[in-house]
Design a protein around this ligand. Structure first.
Ligand SMILES: [Zn+2]
Length: 172
């Protein structure tokens, strides 16, 4: 009498959902850990419409251990710049930026919201000196990082997350 036993009771390790959804790219940028629901806002800030012809992948509201839910963007053939990263920080403060070259991660950065934001967005207060005097750059202290909330260095007006996004999207 013989019995057949399975060779191993160990199951295969689960493949990461992320790697299935976002396949490897030859060169470009992967922006991961975007605040859930904000991938399209990030694309708009980057000026990417989809009509440029570059291969673009967007995944929204997927599971994330760190964040609960998150969005991911993959842009082929384009490496985003430090200036663009600073803008993205205001919308997706937990994002990680992976620059891909030759199918490998060339550099990996976790976005950090600095203590002060100078010159990226305008003050909400129309009578603020930064909106009325030429040559005076907007200057904010960061009072909250997630969601990003700023306080004007000059008039002390608070700028909220939604307002910052609208500005960065060019809506206001
Ligand atoms: Zn102000």
């Amino acid at each position: 009498m013989s019995s057949i036993k399975p060779k191993s009771s160990k199951s295969k390790p689960k493949e990461k959902a992320d790697t299935l959804r976002i396949q490897k790219i030859q060169a470009g940028t992967v922006i991961d850990h975007i605040t859930a629901g904000y991938a399209l806002a990030v694309l708009q800030i980057l000026g990417i419409t989809g009509q440029e012809g570059d291969v673009l992948s967007i995944v929204m509201n997927v599971q994330s251990k760190r964040m609960g839910k998150k969005d991911i963007i993959k842009v082929e053939g384009r490496e985003i710049t430090a200036d663009e990263i600073n803008r993205i920080a205001l919308v997706a403060p937990q994002a990680t930026i992976n620059i891909i070259r030759n199918y490998k991660i060339f550099s990996k950065m976790r976005i950090e919201v600095p203590d002060e934001i100078i010159g990226i967005v305008r003050c909400e207060n129309p009578s603020c000196i930064t909106n009325n005097e030429r040559g005076i750059k907007s200057h904010f202290g960061v009072v909250d990082r997630s969601p990003v909330t700023l306080r004007c260095f000059y008039c002390k007006r608070i700028s909220h997350h939604e307002h910052l996004i609208e500005q960065l999207q060019g809506k206001s």
